[in-house]
Design a protein around this ligand. Structure first.
Ligand SMILES: C[S@@+](CC[C@H](N)C(=O)[O-])C[C@H]1O[C@@H](n2cnc3c(N)ncnc32)[C@H](O)[C@@H]1O
Ligand SMILES: [Zn+2]
Length: 139
């Protein structure tokens, strides 16, 4: 697969149900490459030294991207169990793609994966739209 080309997508950082989040300002077509998750590449022992950093994105068994800089706007995308985006890795780089049509004002989300959610999301409870609606039904 060739390296993705980002679409001309308008988004904004706003308060969401789970801290800050990234929201579409205009409709986004399914399949559009929205944003790249960027940061310093950590290798081997450097990864262990950053344990506890919530902005690490694992790109291989030995490499991670430290996306904690505020200039990495993709760091504001929250996790959801029924997301509208997906993160894909291309030669160690991470790109976020819309996996369904997204309406203006909708929050952008992707599934962080089991390892991350078990460690950082589940202990405090997932606040994605799907889990929040399940809680409302139970109440
Ligand atoms: C990459 S950051 C996402 C942006 C973050 N909300 C912020 O304000 O900077 C990941 C962190 O956001 C929070 N988060 C993301 N998705 C969440 C969710 N579905 N439920 C609860 N917390 C979530 C968790 O604290 C997680 O470790
Ligand atoms: Zn959830």
């Amino acid at each position: 697969m060739p390296m993705p080309i980002l679409g001309n997508v308008s988004y904004e950082v706003k308060r969401s149900n789970a801290g800050l989040g990234l929201f579409a300002r205009e409709p986004i077509k399914r399949g559009t490459w929205i944003i790249e998750y960027v940061g310093k590449i950590l290798r081997g022992k450097e990864v262990t030294a950053h344990k506890g950093n919530k902005y690490l994105f694992e790109t291989s068994r030995t490499r991670m991207i430290d996306g904690s800089a505020r200039s990495n706007t993709a760091r504001y995308i929250n996790h959801a169990c029924k997301p509208n985006c997906e993160a894909e890795i291309f030669a160690g780089r991470v790109f976020i793609k819309a996996i369904k049509r997204i309406e203006a004002g909708e929050e952008l989300t992707y599934d962080y994966g089991k390892e991350y959610t078990d460690e950082y999301i589940k202990p405090h409870g997932c606040r994605c739209a799907f889990c929040s609606s399940k809680k409302e039904i139970k109440a």
